[in-house]
Design a protein around this ligand. Structure first.
Ligand code: 13P
Ligand code: SF4
Length: 301
């Protein structure tokens, strides 16, 4: 039996479903039942009929799936696949800002630990942040952990007063403006599609800014034949699958999230076989961190 056949068989035997983010390896996306951006995956995780969820992504994704579905078994192919940005804020800073501002909402990007979510009022993803921040009654917004996404959203919701936190994604933060300019010079007809985790200087060079699934949708809708993609290169699999006639380029230094790439087919097979790497969140933390996640799902409707 091939590894894919073994995974298929075990999925049935164990009543399991596989969720994958667009940044994981192509062969992992290929065997997944659902592939998408962070918002899609958190919505899909709610209401699945299978008993076990194998989450092919980084820790905060599996953790959020468990928080929203405590009755399910959530397995991570690699427990060490963590997002550094998820830790780039602190409960102390949140409480300090709370004491300094009235009429404040702590808005927590879903790329964060459950501990940070528990201290927040609402979660957002890059595809629903504008809608949710606009819908909040509060004037002051402390946006954690990502400062780049915060600045981007602040530009689109000027009626709010943003307070920034010094977090960033180690992949998007280091996208080089010179390399994007070189790619533009080499492909002058190409449309530049970027993720809002990129710094403002990258977004200024872009024709379109959106989450991974919004970038993929834009590439499909656009009349352009060539695209420069400023986000993690795992999106190439879906971009090519949907648009075989179009061309996609990345910067010379290919943006790669080493944590997302830790998820391999062998590790998916291993956790399905053994039930290892189960995600546990203690009851109190789960109850408290569930509130901002559920508020996100409600406000994003
Ligand atoms: P989205 O897929 O929601 O755009 O998130 C990007 C990301 O960095 C996930 O880690
Ligand atoms: Fe975290 Fe960036 Fe990797 Fe996404 S791409 S998991 S934000 S390090």
């Amino acid at each position: 039996m091939t590894i894919r056949e073994e995974i298929e068989q075990l999925k049935k035997e164990k009543n399991a479903v596989i969720l994958a983010h667009y940044y994981v390896r192509p062969e992992v996306q290929e065997i997944a039942d659902y592939v998408g951006d962070s918002f899609y995956l958190s919505k899909v995780a709610v209401g699945l009929k299978e008993k076990t969820i194998v989450f092919c992504g980084v820790s905060f994704m599996g953790e959020s799936a468990k928080i929203l579905n405590p009755e399910k078994t959530v397995l991570m192919p690699d427990m060490a696949a963590d997002c550094p940005m998820a830790h780039m804020a602190s409960a102390e800073t949140i409480e300090k800002i709370r004491s300094e501002y009235d009429d404040l909402a702590v808005v927590c990007y879903i790329n964060s630990t459950a501990e940070l979510k528990r201290h927040s009022d609402v979660c957002v993803t890059s595809s629903n942040a504008v809608k949710i921040v606009k819908a909040l009654p509060n004037k002051n917004i402390f946006f954690i952990p990502d400062r780049n996404l915060a600045h981007y959203i602040a530009g689109l919701v000027p009626e709010k007063n943003f307070i920034y936190n010094e977090g960033f994604c180690i992949v998007h933060e280091y996208m080089e403006v010179e390399e994007i300019q070189e790619a533009k010079a080499a492909h002058p007809e190409a449309e530049v599609l970027s993720h809002p985790e990129c710094p403002a200087k990258v977004l200024e060079l872009s024709d379109f800014v959106g989450s991974t699934s919004e970038i993929i949708a834009q590439a499909g809708k656009s009349d352009a034949k060539e695209f420069i993609i400023c986000t993690e290169s795992g999106v190439l699999y879906e971009l090519q699958k949907r648009n075989p006639e179009k061309k996609f380029y990345f910067t010379e230094t290919t943006p790669i999230c080493r944590n997302m790439k830790k998820v391999t087919l062998e590790k998916v097979l291993h956790v399905l076989k053994t039930g290892e790497n189960e995600v546990f969140v203690d009851d109190k933390l789960r109850e408290e961190s569930k509130k901002p996640l559920e508020r996100m799902l409600e406000l994003a409707k």
